[in-house]
Design a protein around this ligand. Structure first.
Ligand SMILES: *Cc1c(COP(=O)(O)O)cnc(C)c1O
Length: 317
């Protein structure tokens, strides 16, 4: 039957690796064949077979108001009838940037990109440029997108030594990332004692949510910040999933911590592709064209996405 999920999956296997465009969609970890959905509204999905499902996934985070929120939908309709992509300056992303700046005081300046991965990749580049150092400390179990240097797991040798967690990531790149366990102050100190003077930044999901919801002790999170600062490393909060969700200002607001740089995504685009990195003005001013750190994007700050994002965030507020 050409209208069944199974049939479509069969066709997909012939055109895409594993039949999907992001690995989790293959449903390997839950078993069975993937279901194909053709319609979504609020809390519900409808499969191509016409079966209705309650959607607890909501596209892995972006749809904080559910699918196609009616108020956001009106704004999206309006902007689509006016502009799609311009590749020029426009007022729409300005509105969203000002909103973020007003609600997230440590986001002194903002740069929009198209995904969380891009936001992380760019924030790391800024941190390396600002400090003149190479190493990044990340934590086991935290996901930061698929940039090479973050596809690294704990190695078996020296404290913190990282090993590639994906084929195609050169050992030389994996070696620029140190991996620390979560919830372990002593190990973190050991890593910094050994390599602290080479660490550009510590990056953490302050609410690790990609490997189970690993809520951290506040003392541990504070320790991460203190140790980083003691050694002159920057603190990057990856709030791609926690941002605008646990509080408007994310976990940083909950903790009363000012990260040097922060990354957002998911909710930020209200169901369309937007991410951003933001933070201290002196750091963000290192980014081109005001500074020497190159970063660009054909579809960055896409008008439809930033409008969807802003109307979503206003409603969340
Ligand atoms: C989803 C996620 C990313 C990656 O974002 P993409 O838009 O999928 O590239 C990075 N960091 C965290 C914490 C995330 O949850």
């Amino acid at each position: 039957d050409p209208t069944t999920s199974l049939f479509l999956y069969d066709r997909s296997l012939k055109v895409a690796p594993g039949g999907v465009h992001s690995p989790v969609r293959a449903s390997k970890s839950v078993g069975g064949e993937p279901i194909f959905f053709r319609f979504a509204e609020g809390a519900y999905l409808e499969s191509v077979e016409g079966k209705r499902y309650v959607d607890f996934c909501q596209s892995f985070g972006p749809n904080i108001l559910g699918h196609r929120d009616p108020d956001v939908s009106v704004e999206v309709g309006k902007i689509i009838s006016r502009v799609w992509t311009l590749g020029t300056c426009e007022p729409y992303s300005l509105e969203l940037a000002e909103w973020i700046q007003a609600k997230v005081p440590w986001a002194e300046k903002v740069r929009f990109v198209c995904s969380g991965t891009e936001a992380v990749m760019s924030a790391l580049r800024v941190a390396r440029a600002a400090t003149g150092r190479t190493q990044i400390v990340k934590f086991e179990g935290c996901y930061h997108g698929h940039v090479d240097s973050m596809l690294v797991k704990a190695g078996s040798g020296l404290a913190g030594e990282g090993a590639s967690d994906s084929a195609g990531v050169p050992a030389e790149i994996a070696a620029t990332t140190l991996v620390a366990p979560l919830d372990n102050e002593e190990e973190l100190e050991r890593i910094f004692k050994r390599a602290g003077s080479e660490v550009a930044a510590v990056i953490i999901e302050p609410l690790p949510a990609n490997f189970g919801l690993l809520v951290q002790r506040e003392e541990f999170l504070r320790k991460v910040v203190t140790v980083a600062r003691e050694y002159g490393a920057l603190v990057i909060f990856d709030e791609v999933i926690s941002g605008f969700r646990v509080a408007l200002g994310g976990m940083a607001e909950r903790l009363g911590v000012r990260p040097d740089l922060v990354t957002f995504g998911k909710v930020l685009g209200g169901g369309f592709p937007v991410g951003c990195y933001a933070g201290r003005k002196d750091l963000m001013d290192l980014v081109a064209p005001s500074g020497p750190v190159y970063q660009a994007g054909t579809l960055s700050a896409h008008p439809v996405a930033v409008v969807a994002g802003l109307s979503t965030l206003k409603k969340v507020e």
